[in-house]
Design a protein around this ligand. Structure first.
Ligand SMILES: *Cc1c(COP(=O)(O)O)cnc(C)c1O
Length: 474
């Protein structure tokens, strides 16, 4: 396919008025000396170009998207309509409080809803992603100890954790101490006990963890940590398994971040925009980023009066459009959020039971919203997990998350979400069982997959760092 620059034929899609725009006020050094070099094509050619490009993309509207740890659920289109209402989308972020009461009210009520869902006492909506929420949460923890006059340097993180956890804690200046998982895929309590000392600021946990397994000892862990004067951080990126059933407060956590773009319905295939609100217990409220939206019984206002605030982590209110979608989704679902979790867990367990014969299931436990298989059986025939993932692309199915978590060999991490029907999942079962058969009988076909995509196997690192948009397979 040609790039739009190669399609340039000098035809213009729009007519600009002849009148020059007055740019006298611009400094000479800011004025372009050479033409911008934008391609020129007709409106119809531009539309066809981008439609053709979008057809090459995979999305949830095209097929099953079981990408573990990412919660690729269906995001109702009505959320997009609400987020694009002119009263929201055209509102200037520097508008006076008087002129932005509606937007402030929405954020205030979203804060209140997230308090109920997480059990926490205070919320900052600022962070723009899960990883930024983690960083914010860890900065809160750091400040808490600073104000207390303690110099704790260690953060404990399970070996099954998402890579952003150690990255966030490290960015905050903490030293990472890994804790092992036991044979049930849960934090090894004895290993944890041997690690805890007075230098430990916090533990960062995900529950259900990245194996999709609920940490049965979470209350004991919470007690161990609190008795040691340490705090507990909850990675709530994947909140989809527990909404309405339990919450991080009941589990004994102090700080939580949520990924509104996973659990609360913002499409997130292409890397953003997202929102990673941070929720904390009341003892940590005075460290949150400012401002927070307040309400004095009559009007909504920006509350900058946060005693030990770590400062601002994102301009204005973070990604406001994502907040609108999350609020719309929560209002629309109401108490049915609980049913969404119930179905997400049911769907994951259904798939796990169907697939655990043909594929190795290293931790054969009831799962929550996702589960992790291993491709080790197929590896014996020379077919790797990467080959299986690529073969799925030929079947109009997005590959699951692969090679994560790191503690599972040849990991295949599957998360169907609540939004898929039994029929869709049965179709997926047929496809991935067929691939398991092919691994035995025709491994060559899988090793050379995918066969149907515009490009086949690329060096993914180089492709990300030096994208060659015209790359054609030789
Ligand atoms: C996705 C995810 C994150 C990071 O979220 P981003 O919005 O991508 O920064 C952190 N932890 C877990 C468990 C995740 O699944």
């Amino acid at each position: 396919m040609k790039t739009i620059f190669e399609k340039d034929n000098g035809v213009s899609g729009i007519l600009l008025s002849d009148e020059d725009v007055n740019i006298d006020f611009l400094k000479d050094s800011f004025i372009r000396k050479t033409p911008l070099g934008l391609p020129s094509v007709s409106e119809l050619e531009a539309l066809r170009h981008y439609k053709e490009l979008s057809d090459k993309n995979f999305c949830i509207e095209k097929g099953f998207y079981p990408l573990g740890s990412c919660t690729m659920k269906y995001n109702p289109k009505v959320n997009e309509m609400l987020a694009s209402l002119e009263q929201f989308s055209a509102l200037h972020p520097l508008s006076d409080e008087d002129d932005s009461q509606g937007a402030l009210e929405l954020m205030y009520k979203l804060q209140e809803a997230l308090k109920v869902i997480t059990g926490m006492d205070a919320v900052s909506l600022q962070p723009a992603a899960g990883a930024q929420g983690e960083l914010t949460g860890m900065m809160v923890i750091k400040k808490y100890f600073e104000v207390k006059g303690e110099q704790r340097k260690k953060v404990i993180i399970p070996d099954s954790a998402h890579g952003t956890n150690p990255a966030s804690a490290h960015l905050c200046g903490f030293n990472i101490v890994p804790v092992k998982s036991d044979s049930k895929g849960q934090v090894d309590i004895n290993d944890l006990k041997s690690i805890i000392d007075s230098d430990v600021a916090a533990i960062m946990m995900t529950n259900p963890n990245t194996l999709g397994i609920y940490e049965e000892n979470v209350l004991e862990i919470s007690k161990l940590m609190h008795d040691n004067g340490s705090l507990l951080y909850y990675d709530g990126a994947n909140f989809n398994a527990i909404m309405g059933y339990t919450n991080p407060k009941l589990m004994g956590f102090d700080v939580v971040h949520l990924n509104l773009h996973k659990t609360f319905a913002t499409p997130h295939g292409g890397g953003g925009p997202g929102a990673g609100p941070v929720c904390v217990v009341k003892e940590l409220a005075e460290y949150l980023p400012s401002p927070i939206v307040g309400f004095d019984g009559k009007s909504y206002f920006k509350d900058f009066d946060i005693k030990h605030s770590i400062g601002t982590v994102k301009a204005f209110w973070g990604n406001f459009s994502v907040l609108i979608k999350a609020y719309a989704y929560i209002l629309m679902m109401g108490k049915n959020l609980k049913e969404a979790s119930e179905n997400a867990v049911l769907n994951a367990n259904y798939l796990k039971e169907k697939l655990k014969g043909a594929y190795l299931l290293p931790y054969d436990e009831p799962c929550m919203h996702e589960f992790v298989l291993s491709g080790d059986k197929q590896k014996e025939f020379g077919v790797s997990t990467l080959n299986i993932a690529k073969a799925l692309m030929d079947e109009n199915t997005h590959p699951p998350t692969v090679y994560f978590p790191l503690i599972v060999h040849e990991a295949i991490m599957i998360e169907p979400t609540e939004s898929e029907t039994k029929e869709v999942m049965d179709e997926f079962v047929d496809i991935i069982l067929k691939i398991a058969e092919e691994a035995k009988n025709n491994p060559q076909k899988l090793v050379s997959a995918p066969h149907s995509t515009p490009v086949k196997r690329i060096d993914e690192t180089t492709a990300a760092r030096h994208p060659d948009l015209k790359f054609v397979e030789s």
